[in-house]
Design a protein. Structure first.
Length: 315
């Protein structure tokens, strides 16, 4: 067993992905393609800005080798989050990619955007979907619903659509059956130390003989002993503890407001029932006094009510 830094932390993940060899290994497994070169996009950045929720973003230019041996440049937008967040935030980041003129190639009528793949590493589950990794791929169909393959892929079509890969980190449960399983196992939170969530206790024997995975483990070992990385992990813990405290306070306040609303509704029902009872009692009193031959004006004065209420009982 080895103790390594937990890559669910933004600073550790950034530390990993800054190593091109590791970036190629991880992206190759996720894309199921041979990634021969990876480069952080010019004018792009690793987003470590903190606001209401953490979404960590890195944009890559990845050169992939096609089945025919040719190479193609694609854009990979990788976003990682610890907490459930609104999909609008992810869409806003995609919008930046579509508007970036640096992501356009060609000239004149041949101008088109580079193909884009969005990868989401989520620290939470997506509804009731049980599969840890989802591939959301767009197909092309004619009016009759028949799949169109002739002439595809096409730069125009690829410029207007993009595929997505969604990884539900909590759904990773220590099973290593495929290459992707092995690569994603470094994110498996079931390996998290009971005493310190900043580290994972990993059985490195499952990576024996795999040079790429051994390199990743070595990089995580370096991160675990790097004082600056550990300090940034402490900052992340402090940040998320503040968010957790805030969210807990909001949840408790919402619960109290909901309970108060229920209590108020119950009181309103009780008051409405009492009002009905009082109205019925008042009508009975008016009827009794009318039977006693008491004048309507005297009844109204005696009961302190409008004369119209008394007269209505005479109808």
């Amino acid at each position: 067993m080895v103790t390594v830094a937990n890559p669910i932390y933004d600073i550790v993940f950034k530390y990993l992905m800054e190593d091109e060899r590791i970036a190629r290994t991880i992206l190759s497994a996720l894309l199921k393609m041979d990634v021969v070169h990876v480069k952080l996009r010019p004018h792009e950045y690793a987003n470590v800005k903190r606001d209401t929720l953490s979404v960590f973003r890195i944009d890559f230019g990845a050169t992939v080798r096609q089945a025919d041996g040719s190479e193609q440049l694609i854009l990979v937008e990788l976003q990682k989050t610890w907490l459930p967040t609104e999909t609008l935030r992810f869409r806003q980041y995609l919008g930046v990619q579509y508007q970036n003129p640096a992501n356009v190639v060609g000239e004149g009528r041949d101008t088109h955007a580079l193909p884009l793949v969005a990868i989401y590493l989520l620290g939470h589950n997506v509804g009731d979907i049980e599969e840890p990794v989802l591939y959301v791929q767009h197909e092309t169909y004619d009016y009759e619903g028949r799949r169109v393959t002739k002439g595809l892929p096409d730069p125009f079509v690829d410029s207007l659509t993009h595929n997505s890969i969604i990884v539900q980190i909590p759904r990773l449960h220590g099973q290593v059956n495929t290459r992707l399983d092995k690569v994603l196992s470094i994110f498996d939170q079931t390996y998290k130390s009971k005493d310190n969530q900043q580290v994972l206790n990993i059985d490195d024997s499952i990576y024996a003989g795999d040079a790429e995975m051994e390199h990743i483990i070595h990089r995580l070992l370096m991160a675990a002993t790097d004082a600056n990385v550990r300090q940034d992990m402490n900052v992340e813990d402090e940040y998320f503890s503040i968010i957790e405290k805030r969210d807990t306070e909001i949840m408790m306040r919402d619960r109290q407001l909901a309970e108060q609303s229920v209590q108020l509704a119950e009181k309103n029902v009780q008051l409405a029932e009492k009002d009905v009872q009082l109205q019925e009692l008042m009508r009975n009193s008016i009827r009794m006094l009318l039977k006693a031959k008491m004048e309507p004006e005297a009844i109204a004065t005696s009961l302190g009510i409008d004369l119209e209420k008394v007269l209505r009982e005479l109808e």
